[in-house]
Ligand binder design. Structure first.
Ligand SMILES: CC(=O)N[C@H]1[C@@H](OP(=O)(O)OP(=O)(O)OC[C@H]2O[C@@H](n3ccc(=O)[nH]c3=O)[C@H](O)[C@@H]2O)O[C@H](CO)[C@@H](O)[C@@H]1O[C@H](C)C(=O)N[C@@H](C)C(=O)N[C@H](CCC(=O)O)C(=O)O
Ligand SMILES: Nc1ncnc2c1ncn2[C@@H]1O[C@H](COP(=O)(O)OP(=O)(O)OP(=O)(O)O)[C@@H](O)[C@H]1O
Ligand SMILES: N[C@H](CCC[C@H](N)C(=O)O)C(=O)O
Ligand SMILES: [Mg+2]
Length: 471
């Protein structure tokens, strides 16, 4: 592609690629120079040009010498738009999901539902890039914009026609998932998380709302979980742009959850849609999984799926890795579940999902991540203390912080809890004290394969450790 095609000028130089890190610039690259949270990308413009950048997308006031300056007051957005034109085409149907909890579950369930409808589908998010046959990790929930657009275009080349991706608040704020047409946007819920980055709940909500106010196509759809205190505002923001709204939940209009009855291995749902009531046996436990299944069905319906067929497919959903995953049954007879709950709201949802299944005690093992929102720590402690019978506070990715200090902050909310720093020992202790009627919940890491301590990632997998400790 000639550079002029992107700038609207007549530059004949050939664009070879896009980069936002000057260390990835090669001859013919378009470099995006953005102010970040650690450094200012504009400081690397000269180095990028030296490395072969032929154009630099940056603010008008940035200094660019020796390459075309594509000036824009919002360089991240401009860069995403140009990169998308370079990497296109993308899968014909792309949908995005935002919300504090449930994004990964929804993109994965949406992918499964599309596949059951016969489409070649993929999902992109915390679990990586997942197609029917393959899963490749990207490291972040929302990869950087170049990785995201090139991966998504790569999926189209492999024949993927439908893709569902997570739009995290960081990703939305940094324009990491822009440029391609988004046919439908999903909202799951909003609760406390990431205040270290966004500062206030209002700023956090606003970052997420860009998905509805700017990113989703104006002729697209918004699929909104209707039972959240902020759902009405989300619908209003979507409608203000003429975006069609599909609401789902007990308050939903498109898919109305009429009843939910937990069974041994799942739950029976009665869902009203198009004036009829559909009875579905969802093979997953917990109110939160029913909510995510309904948002996912909404996304499939919003992009052309048949209502009856889509709802019928819910009965064939496979569990999502690390989300209420039953790792093992302890010798005591207690099942041990692993769940990715790492916010107060998620911990509450995970405990609430398991509580109806525990005849005896609910034993929970969890911690809180370092270099992340500190305010959620005591809140998580308080929820565990209020809702579980036995609470063991342990480590969860201390990163650059002192692990004991993080545990102390969690324990402020759960004064009676037991403290065991080593996650392996904590899981072992929970299993050792379990009885036949009890349930053990190991929360916070879900699918993760490592414990991040300082700059080291030590191999760690809650599911395998639980199996080892139960043996
Ligand atoms: C706080 C945050 O979101 N940081 C991300 C962000 O960095 P930034 O733009 O602030 O970058 P910066 O380091 O200040 O650098 C500014 C610019 O200079 C460039 N640079 C920098 C150094 C250099 O030598 N040369 C150079 O060109 C950088 O590429 C960047 O464009 O953009 C980078 C590139 O895309 C990301 O790698 C980085 O993620 C860091 C590693 C991270 O930990 N992010 C987490 C918090 C995150 O994003 N999590 C969310 C939410 C999870 C969820 O709830 O699901 C996620 O989507 O994963
Ligand atoms: N709809 C929901 N309502 C409340 N809690 C939920 C919901 N969905 C998931 N959770 C909780 O949040 C955890 C993480 O779920 P999931 O990975 O789907 O969310 P996410 O939004 O992708 O998280 P992340 O921000 O880390 O990417 C689950 O393990 C569960 O404990
Ligand atoms: N996307 C989330 C994941 C948190 C997972 C938890 N195990 C932790 O490390 O805090 C984050 O990066 O904040
Ligand atoms: Mg996720």
């Amino acid at each position: 592609m000639k550079l002029g095609l992107l700038t609207g000028g007549d530059e004949q130089a050939t664009v070879s690629g896009f980069a936002i890190d000057h260390r990835k610039v090669a001859s013919g690259t378009v470099f995006g120079a953005f102010a970040g949270s650690k450094v200012n990308g504009e400081d690397y413009i000269a180095a990028a040009v030296k490395a072969g950048a032929i154009a630099v997308v940056a603010r008008p006031e940035a200094r660019v010498e020796g390459a075309v300056h594509i000036a824009d007051a919002n360089p991240r957005r401009a860069f995403a738009g140009l990169a998308a034109r370079f990497f296109a085409p993308f899968p014909a149907v792309a949908v995005a999901v935002t919300g504090t909890n449930g994004k990964t579950s929804c993109v994965e369930m949406t992918r499964q539902l599309w596949r059951m409808a016969g489409f070649h589908a993929a999902s992109i998010g915390t679990l990586g890039v997942t197609t029917g046959d393959d899963r490749v990790s990207t490291g972040l929930t929302t990869p950087d914009v170049v990785t995201f657009l090139s991966n998504t275009a790569g999926l189209a080349r492999e024949g993927v026609s439908h893709v569902a991706f997570e739009a995290s608040s960081h990703g939305l704020e940094q324009y990491r998932t822009e440029g391609l047409p988004v046919r439908a946007a999903g909202f799951t819920n909003l609760s406390r998380d990431h205040l270290d980055y966004h500062g206030t709940m209002a700023a956090y909500f606003e970052a997420k709302m860009r998905l509805f106010s700017e990113v989703v196509s104006a002729d697209g759809a918004a699929v909104v979980w209707a039972d959240d205190p902020l759902s009405a505002q989300v619908m209003e923001i979507a409608r203000a742009r003429g975006v069609r709204v599909l609401s789902v939940g007990t308050q939903g209009e498109t898919l109305k959850l009429v009843s939910r009855d937990p069974t041994l291995l799942g739950q029976g749902l009665a869902i009203m849609a198009e004036g009829r009531t559909f009875e579905i046996n969802l093979p997953l436990i917990g109110a939160y999984q029913a909510a995510n299944a309904m948002v996912s069905a909404g996304l499939v319906i919003a992009t052309g799926g048949d209502v009856a067929a889509t709802l019928a497919s819910l009965a064939r959903l496979q569990p999502v890795r690390g989300r209420l995953e039953r790792a093992v049954i302890a010798r005591s007879g207690a099942p041990v579940y692993v769940d990715y709950a790492h916010t107060p709201d998620a911990l509450e949802a995970a405990i609430a999902a398991l509580a109806p299944h525990a005849k005896g005690r609910l034993i929970v093992v969890f911690g809180a991540g370092g270099d992340r929102d500190q305010g959620k720590r005591a809140a998580m402690g308080a929820i565990a203390a209020a809702l579980a019978d036995v609470v063991i506070v342990t480590d969860d990715n201390p990163r650059g912080e002192d692990a004991a200090t993080i545990r102390a902050m969690v324990l402020e909310g759960a004064p009676g809890a037991t403290e065991i720093g080593s996650r392996r020992e904590a899981i072992g202790a929970a299993i050792a004290l379990s009885g036949p009627e009890d349930i053990v919940l190991v929360a916070g890491k879900g699918h993760e394969q490592g414990q991040i301590v300082g700059d080291l990632v030590l191999p760690f997998d809650d599911v395998s450790v639980a199996r080892e400790m139960a043996a």
